[in-house]
Design a protein around this ligand. Structure first.
Ligand code: ZN
Length: 395
């Protein structure tokens, strides 16, 4: 008799376990589920290939209108320890909707991608989603599920830089306050710390209000540290300007810069000082760069960016950190932009990165990045590319 129960075939169950590294996928659990058993030749397994949408109609979270073969597919599975497999199915899974489980799996896979390259996952949390319900035409109704490396591409004036402002604002409110476009803004930022958290941002009459866990508060302790790399020729003339942009004292900036060659291993290969002005040598570029009023702007941008990477590395040892980079291609030669992308992909350690760009970047530069495209289409929802990204990698 054909059963309507969509059990996972053995092979599918194995892939679900392998994609989770045999660890529980709940971001704050990550318990090993395979290990030594009672005897010297035994192995023990405490892991379960759990269904996101239910194996059978009427089960936890329902079938999501998926046919039974899709409910028996890897895409509908999440590897959990026995305790959490049981927990997510209690009360018909009401407290654990499919969307949340998919998010857990994405976060867990993000962590594993990092760990497979020898990098420990973020110690504190991860910003998982930004959802805009009301805002200026282009930004409205967009929902982005963030992973570790995120690339937002699109033409000018599609709301990309506003997204960057929005993401910077919980840590640095000045990115939003006083902006004309925020009138009517209504957005949510979700993160794990490691419990799921939500911060609402509302600006009913152009006045920004933060609502944390259903309580309106003039001040919220920032859920994460935001480091913004953005600047024009007129705003970035000397190391003092870079220090200001990064929210550092001049002395602290010089200390961070001194660590860049070793920490970032990018284009900045040597830092010295002369009359309290940092002198930087850049790989492949002639002559030292003196970071004062006479500095070349493109080179200052490289120093800015690599300092921001080093600072993000330092901050991420203690707190969730988001590095936000606005249109590097506007200031840097394409070859340098590509090199920096590779650098971020390789060296990004325990912080998240979001780059906003209007240039069409080659596919090999974008590999490993979650991509979001912004178009001039008011009111159209922008969905994440996370799933296609992970399924692409699985192939
Ligand atoms: Zn668990």
């Amino acid at each position: 008799m054909p059963s309507n129960r969509a059990e996972f075939p053995v092979k599918v169950r194995r892939i679900i376990a392998e994609r989770a590294g045999y660890l529980c996928s709940k971001p704050d659990c990550r318990k090993p589920t395979f290990g030594p058993g009672p005897g010297p030749r035994d192995a023990a397994c405490i892991g379960v290939a759990a269904h996101i949408y239910s194996a059978a109609p009427g089960g936890p979270r329902g079938t999501g209108h998926l046919a039974s073969e899709r409910r028996a597919d890897v895409a509908n599975g999440i590897w959990l320890c026995q305790d959490h497999a049981r927990m997510v199915d209690t009360n018909n899974g009401d407290a654990f909707p499919a969307k949340l489980l998919i998010q857990w799996r994405s976060i867990h896979e993000s962590f594993l991608h990092q760990e497979m390259r020898g990098i420990a996952p973020p110690p504190v949390g991860l910003i998982t989603e930004v959802a805009v319900r009301g805002g200026p035409g282009d930004l409205a109704s967009r929902k982005l599920s963030l992973s570790m490396l995120n690339l937002v591409q699109g033409a000018n004036e599609t709301g990309k830089s506003m997204l960057l402002d929005l993401l910077a604002s919980p840590d640095a409110p000045h990115y939003l306050s006083g902006r004309r476009w925020i009138d009517g803004l209504s957005a949510e930022i979700r993160w794990f710390d490691p419990n799921p958290r939500t911060l609402h941002l509302e600006a009913p009459a152009g006045q920004m209000r933060l609502i944390s866990e259903d309580r309106s508060t003039p001040v919220v302790s920032a859920p994460y540290r935001a480091i913004v790399v953005r600047g024009s020729q007129t705003s970035l003339r000397s190391h003092r300007d870079l220090a200001r942009e990064l929210g550092l004292s001049e002395q602290l900036f010089i200390e961070v810069l001194a660590q860049v060659p070793q920490r970032v291993r990018g284009l900045v290969i040597e830092v010295t000082q002369q009359d309290s002005v940092p002198i930087v040598r850049l790989d492949g570029l002639p002559g030292p760069l003196r970071c004062d009023e006479s500095a070349s702007f493109g080179r200052m941008w490289i120093v800015f960016l690599e300092c921001a990477i080093a600072l993000a590395q330092m901050c991420s040892d203690r707190e969730s950190t988001l590095l936000l980079i606005d249109e590097p291609e506007a200031y840097l030669h394409p070859q340098i932009v590509y090199r920096l992308f590779h650098l971020l992909g390789e060296r990004t350690s325990r912080f998240q990165t979001l780059v906003v760009s209007h240039a069409a970047l080659p596919a090999d530069v974008r590999r490993g990045w979650s991509e979001f495209e912004f178009k001039r289409r008011p009111g159209i929802s922008e969905s994440s590319s996370l799933h296609s990204q992970f399924s692409d990698r699985a192939r």
